[in-house]
Design a protein. Structure first.
Length: 516
């Protein structure tokens, strides 16, 4: 018996494999721990101080082709390697570095102009009543009958699932980088890498005008929220950002911009109008986003905070907050009234290319190069859900925003606004219930229309697809194929009848319900 036991305990060398696996696992875990600590490591953001710190530790202060953001990343990597070699008990590099870290963590202020102070006051006066109204409406909506909510969802999602390709149009001689519907949904603006903004009639997709004012690729186009689409020379209807670093304001009847706002030191990517229409935000590869006054064309704010290029920028509906997303894989939510960071969106592992506020005002969707969409809740200050959205970069995200101007259900037998002749149902012999019926029908239909706002959103990806998602349980509703090229941008019309995508193959595609 003892012999048998001895035989079973004979060393067959398998422990070597176990030991090797243990060592490999330890190396992987150590590397993950090093990266985790490196993310929280405080290092200078000023490039001069970064170079000085590299010189102190015996590293080259610059490498051929290295940018300031790359240099800072290299400093973080080298310091994390030094700390890892010294062990967990020596996580500080030296006393000076520790003092510097404390200094970096302290809140600091930069001088602002009186124009910025006045803008912050106006934004507060504009946004607070809107937030109050939104919250009051959400309290009313929260009391909706569950069966009613389910019916609205089913009806809305059934219509979304009917979307199909209505047609494709060659938009330019270079990739279409951005597509945006006008507020009236009758005009589509496309921006391309040729530096041209083009206006199109929709759904016919016939060209209206080409706006040439940029000398390099266009990254962002945004419509004024109250765009009048008038022929006035001085009326601002559109903003665009170009690779040469300028932000242009346009009317619709001239090939030349009304104003050219210069200040960025590198390529401008996305641009966005404040809901009031008085301000424009622009995101740039110079690692900043900036706020501009539309009326004076002056720069009000140059906001730093990202360690790499800033790609996307988007305003909240109330107008109090703005979100920025950068190639540093970080998103930030800023309070325009105070200038402080309201929330850091830290979770993506690749560059953030898209940010979109939900119409509910407290949720944000971000799309990134890690192929995922993350949903963030500002009330809980955390990520709610991660959607494995595409198999390549998520390039754009747009929520459906229902506009009352396109609310179509107006019963013919109800007198709106007290104007016009009374109908038979409003006659003296009609009962109160009969007179109230059309108004109740109208109220129910309007309630449904309002509830649809923010109920779904669209995303585009470099995998060649546009996808429609529910915005309450984050499930895929519809997948739409384009021309098999990278989809650079997507947008949804405010009447919910059309969806458009712009692709790397120089085309844009129009989608709509099959029965339209």
């Amino acid at each position: 018996m003892s012999e048998l036991t001895l035989d079973t305990l004979v060393d067959d060398g398998n422990y070597l494999g176990t030991e090797r696996a243990r060592i490999e696992n330890k190396v992987i875990l150590d590397e993950l721990e090093r990266k985790k600590k490196a993310r929280t490591m405080a290092v200078p953001t000023d490039d001069t101080r970064v170079k000085a710190r590299l010189r102190e530790i015996g590293e080259p202060i610059t490498i051929f082709g290295e940018r300031a953001a790359d240099r800072r990343d290299r400093l973080i990597y080298v310091l994390s390697q030094i700390n890892a070699a010294r062990g967990d008990d020596a996580m500080h590099v030296d006393e000076e570095s520790s003092d510097e870290s404390e200094e970096e963590e302290e809140e600091f202020y930069t001088p602002g102009s009186m124009d910025l102070l006045e803008a912050r006051r106006r934004i507060a006066e504009y946004s607070l009543p809107r937030a109050q109204k939104r919250i009051a409406q959400q309290r009313i909506d929260s009391k909706l009958d569950l069966g009613r909510v389910v019916d609205i969802r089913k009806k809305a999602f059934a219509e979304v699932k009917k979307f199909s390709n209505m047609g494709s149009q060659i938009g330019d001689e270079r990739p279409i980088s951005i597509v945006r519907f006008a507020p009236n949904n009758k005009i589509l603006a496309t921006g391309s890498w040729s530096g041209t903004v083009k206006l199109w009639n929709v759904p016919s997709c016939t060209p209206i005008r080409s706006l040439r004012g940029h000398s390099d690729r266009i990254g962002g186009v945004a419509w004024h929220p109250q765009a009048t689409l008038s022929q006035g020379e001085s009326v601002v209807n559109l903003a665009s950002g170009g690779g040469e670093g300028s932000v242009n304001l346009w009317s619709l009847n001239s090939d030349n911009p009304i104003s050219v706002m210069k200040g960025h030191q590198d390529r401008v990517c996305r641009v966005a109008f404040h809901p009031s229409g008085n301000y424009v935000a622009s995101a740039s590869f110079d690692t900043t986003w900036r706020l501009w006054d539309v009326n004076t064309s002056k720069e009000l704010l140059m906001q730093e905070g990202h360690s790499k290029e800033v790609y996307s920028v988007e305003f909240q509906n109330d107008g109090s907050l703005v979100a920025s997303g950068g190639l540093d894989a970080i998103g930030r939510v800023w309070d325009l009234r105070t200038g402080k960071t309201a929330m850091v969106l830290d979770g993506h592992i690749q560059a953030v290319f898209a940010t979109a506020f939900s119409p509910n005002g407290y949720q944000i969707a971000t799309g990134a190069g890690d192929d995922t969409i993350r949903i963030w809740d500002m009330r809980a200050i955390k990520s709610l859900y991660t959607i494995p959205a595409h198999i390549s970069n998520v390039s754009d995200i747009r929520f459906f925003r229902a506009d009352d101007l396109f609310f179509k259900h107006v019963p013919t037998d109800v007198q709106m606004g007290g104007a016009g002749p009374a109908t038979e149902i409003e006659g003296e012999g009609a009962s109160a219930a009969a007179r109230d019926a059309p108004e109740k029908e109208y109220a129910a239909a309007h309630e449904e229309w309002r509830y649809r706002s923010g109920l779904f959103f669209a995303s585009s990806g470099y995998d060649g697809f546009v996808k429609l998602w529910s915005a309450d349980d984050w499930q895929l509703l519809k997948r739409l194929s384009t021309d098999a090229g990278k989809v650079m941008s997507v947008d949804i019309s405010s009447d919910g009848e059309m969806l458009v995508s712009g692709t790397y193959n120089r085309n844009f595609q129009l989608f709509g319900p099959e029965d339209v």
